[in-house]
Design a protein around this ligand. Structure first.
Ligand SMILES: [Fe+2]
Ligand SMILES: [Fe+2]
Length: 188
C-alpha cells in the first residue's frame, strides 16, 4: 500500500456523506423546510472527519513533506489549488452551520441560503477528490521513495490515533456549554 491508499479510502466515506447531502437537499427544496439535526450531524462529520482527520493528514503530512521537495511547477500549483479548496470547504461549512442556527432561531428566510451551501458542498468535494486521485496523488508519489512512503503511512496512523481524543474532548466542551446544570461545582 502507498500513502494514497488510506486517503482514497477516506474519500469513499466522504462520498457517502455527499450522496446523503444530495438527497437531503432535494427533500429540503421539495418540502421547503430544514432538518437541523441532519445539518448538525453533517457539519460534525465534515469538521472532524473530512477536515481535521482527512485534510489534516493531507496538509500536515503529505503536503508538508512535499513542500521540502523540488516540485514541478504544475504539481506545486495543483497543491496550492487543493489547499485553497480545503479553505473554501471550511468556509462553506461554517456558513452552513451559521445559517442553520439562524433558521432554528425562527428566520426561515435562511432556507434558500442553506440549500445553496449544501449544493456548494456537493459540487466542491467531488471535483476536489477527482483532482487528488487522478492527478495529484500519482504525481506526489513520484517524489517519495518506498521507505518514505511507508514512513508516511506510519505518520498517518499516528495522526489518526489522536482524533478520537480530540473529538470527545470537544464533546465535553460542547456539553459543558449547553448543560443547564452548574458544571463548575464538578471541577470543570
Ligand atoms: Fe484534499
Ligand atoms: Fe482528499
Amino acid at each position: 500500500m502507498n500513502p494514497s491508499g488510506p486517503l482514497r479510502k477516506e474519500h469513499r466515506l466522504i462520498e457517502k456523506l455527499l450522496t446523503l447531502i444530495y438527497h437531503e437537499t432535494l427533500l429540503m427544496k421539495k418540502q421547503k423546510r430544514v432538518n437541523p439535526v441532519f445539518i448538525d450531524t453533517a457539519v460534525d462529520f465534515i469538521k472532524i472527519y473530512a477536515d481535521r482527520t482527512h485534510h489534516g493528514k493531507e496538509e500536515q503530512i503529505l503536503f508538508e513533506t512535499l513542500k521540502e521537495r523540488k516540485l514541478k511547477e504544475e504539481d506545486r500549483l495543483m497543491m496550492e489549488e487543493l489547499i485553497k479548496d480545503h479553505v473554501t470547504a471550511r468556509q462553506i461549512t461554517e456558513q452552513l452551520f451559521e445559517y442553520k442556527n439562524k433558521y432554528v432561531l425562527g428566520d426561515h428566510d435562511y432556507l434558500q441560503r442553506i440549500v445553496e451551501k449544501m449544493d456548494e458542498l456537493g459540487s466542491i468535494y467531488p471535483a476536489h477528490i477527482w483532482k487528488e486521485e487522478n492527478s495529484f496523488f500519482p504525481a506526489a508519489l513520484t517524489y517519495l521513495n518506498e521507505s518514505e512512503q511507508q514512513d508516511m503511512i506510519g505518520q498517518f496512523w499516528d495522526f489518526d490515533k489522536n482524533m478520537i481524543h480530540i473529538k470527545y474532548t470537544q464533546v465535553i466542551t460542547r456539553l459543558k456549554e449547553t448543560s443547564q446544570a452548574d458544571t463548575g461545582e464538578y471541577g470543570y
